[in-house]
Design a protein. Structure first.
Lengths: 329, 255
């Protein structure tokens, strides 16, 4: 019957993004230092590293925005907490990464848990405002930490050691360490969204009343997702502090939180790949456009407006739209 | 307790009250639902039928009275806690997960009662332990051949059937059906009645419905609700011939 073939053609595979695009992105990241060495453009390593650091935070934010339906406007706080964990430990002579990394993640998760309990009592615009408020709270606490540089921030004496070995001192080694962290974070999130847990999260975004009617306390799942995203933010902060060998309150400013949201929306919400692509594109645009003018956001702003207006699925959505056009033509 | 209820009642409402402002939408309702029966709740628009269902399922909390389900007081429990105790419901306005496949809609209901959902690895969509019971619930509801379609693309009648499949997959002690025939065609209504007749005896059901043909074909007992108050509870024959019910409600339909 034609009706059944129609049904079959419209059949949906459960959400599972392609393998080609992320593989391509990771291959490009892996080859970047080689290209940089061949073309003697060493700054490429630095730019690539920044992209990956923020990609870790962006995929965590996409977990909240795209899968749990929670628009968090305070995500930079987790980056800042992770970074300050490294800075403060280092100021007290603890430069060991095997200590600093778990602490950076744990502190961010704890903050996410404590604030998440409060934030998740609200929804919609109120959730955005209250996450923003907690983010700003963390920011002002950081500015008041006089022993750790206050407003001016804190310079870190040296990058974290791994089991006492200064492995990350080498820029290229640090680059590949960051790549490994990003790959692990990405694979973890990808497994998560397809798992039982992720399915409940997605279901709660679609229809929370229905989820309650079949027996799910959706808020509990959202809180766990919030804590996981916080932990990944902490990981990103650990990497950022080591990349720049510097920690400042600006890491957790609301502008930084906003930039993370822009990265996720630019790439395409709810795809994880979009967050990878979005953070890379955003930082590339910053790098490139700021070469023309200091006020590069004047150019970037309208581009973002166009993306939101005409490519609702972000760059990922634009890509699949183009693919459809090409194959149908 | 003033009234003696059968001790084995699946659901018992005791003096349930709910006000919206000064309007009493549930006014001292006391009734019991016996194991295995289909208990219909009828009444004109605005009688407070959906409000009553919402209080039973835990979406609304009553202002007074008690709800006793399967022997324990559930008045203070949340909707999801009641669902896990075996209370399944369908909605007057269909409530499904439109972006999920039909099968996944049902598999989630299986997942809710089977084991932990705090599992972060392994593809849930590929779990046979969840998909097999989901598939058999879809077969029971008669839409198994639509299992892999996006739920949002189903026809209205099929969405109704999906809601029923979700409820069946919960292996409920009590099924609350809020106007399952609303907005579907004659033929689909007939097949829905047939389906519910097949399920009769396997599940205890509370049925809120406007289609009197369906109500009299299915119900073992009928409660009549008028402006929040329970007018009477009785067998279909008693209700059909009751002068008060005819005057207040049925007159306009049957007469």
């Amino acid at each position: 019957m034609s009706a059944t073939t129609l049904a079959a053609s419209k059949a949906v595979a459960p959400p599972r993004s392609g393998i080609i695009l992320p593989a391509l992105i990771f291959i490009v990241f892996a080859l970047l230092p080689v290209v940089a060495a061949l073309t003697t453009r060493q700054y490429l390593v630095d730019v690539g590293c920044r992209m990956m650091v923020f990609a870790v935070a962006a995929i965590a934010l996409d977990l909240l925005v795209g899968y749990a339906g929670l628009i968090s406007f305070g995500h930079a706080a987790f980056i800042g907490l992770g970074a300050y964990a490294v800075g403060i430990l280092s100021a007290h002579g603890v430069g060991e990464g095997l200590i600093a990394l778990p602490i950076a993640i744990a502190v961010s998760m704890l903050f996410a848990w404590l604030t998440g309990i409060v934030c998740l009592r609200t929804s919609g615009a109120y959730f955005i405002m209250i996450t923003l408020a907690f983010g700003q709270m963390a920011y002002f606490i950081a500015t008041s930490l006089a022993p750790y540089g206050g407003d001016n921030g804190l310079t870190i004496a040296a990058r974290s050691t791994i089991a006492g070995w200064p492995l990350l001192k080498n820029d290229r080694a640090f680059y590949y360490f960051t790549l490994l962290c990003l790959l692990a974070a990405y694979l973890f999130c990808r497994a998560l969204v397809g798992s039982r847990f992720g399915r409940v999260l997605r279901g709660g975004k679609e229809n929370a009343v229905r989820m309650a009617a079949i027996g799910f306390n959706v808020q509990r799942f959202r809180l766990v997702a919030y804590v996981i995203a916080g932990g990944l933010g902490g990981l990103s902060g650990f990497l950022l502090a080591n990349l720049t060998e510097f920690v400042a309150p600006a890491y957790m400013s609301w502008q930084q939180s906003g930039e993370l949201i822009v990265m996720v929306i630019l790439g395409g919400v709810g795809t994880l790949d979009g967050a990878l692509l979005g953070s890379a594109t955003y930082l590339l645009a910053e790098e490139w456009l700021s070469g023309f003018t200091e006020n590069w956001k004047v150019i970037f702003g309208p581009i973002l407006v166009l993306v939101v207006l005409f490519a609702r699925g972000g760059l990922i959505g634009l890509g699949s739209w183009l693919r459809r056009r090409v194959f149908h033509a | 307790m003033l009234e003696r209820a059968p001790s084995d009642a699946v659901l018992r409402l005791e003096g349930l009250r709910k006000n919206f402002g000064s309007l009493a939408v549930t006014d001292d309702v006391t009734l019991d639902v016996r194991p295995g029966e289909i208990h219909a709740i009828i009444g004109p628009n605005g009688a407070g039928k959906t409000t009553l269902i919402n209080q039973i399922s835990g979406v609304l909390s009553p202002d007074g009275g008690r709800i006793v389900f399967a022997g324990s007081d559930v008045t203070a429990l949340s909707a999801d806690a009641r669902a896990l105790r075996g209370l399944a419901r369908s909605f007057q306005i269909t409530s499904i997960l439109p972006g999920f496949s039909v099968l996944e809609n049902v598999a989630l209901a299986v997942q809710a009662r089977e084991g932990s959902s705090f599992r972060f690895f392994g593809r849930a969509a590929a779990e046979t332990a969840l998909n097999a019971p989901a598939m058999s619930a879809l077969e029971q509801a008669g839409i198994a051949e639509r299992a892999h379609v996006r739920a949002g693309e189903l026809s209205h009648g099929e969405k109704r059937a999906l809601e029923l499949a979700i409820a069946l997959a919960m292996k409920p002690t009590l099924l609350l059906l809020d106007e399952p025939m609303a907005g579907i065609g004659r033929e689909e209504t007939e097949s829905q009645v047939e389906l519910l007749l097949r399920l009769k005896g396997q599940f205890t059901m509370v049925l809120v419905e406007h289609d009197m043909g369906a109500v009299f074909a299915l119900a073992d007992r009928i409660s009549v609700l008028i402006r929040g108050r329970l007018l009477m509870t009785g067998s279909p024959d008693t209700v059909r011939t009751d002068p008060q019910v005819i005057a207040a409600y049925l007159g306009e339909v049957v007469g």
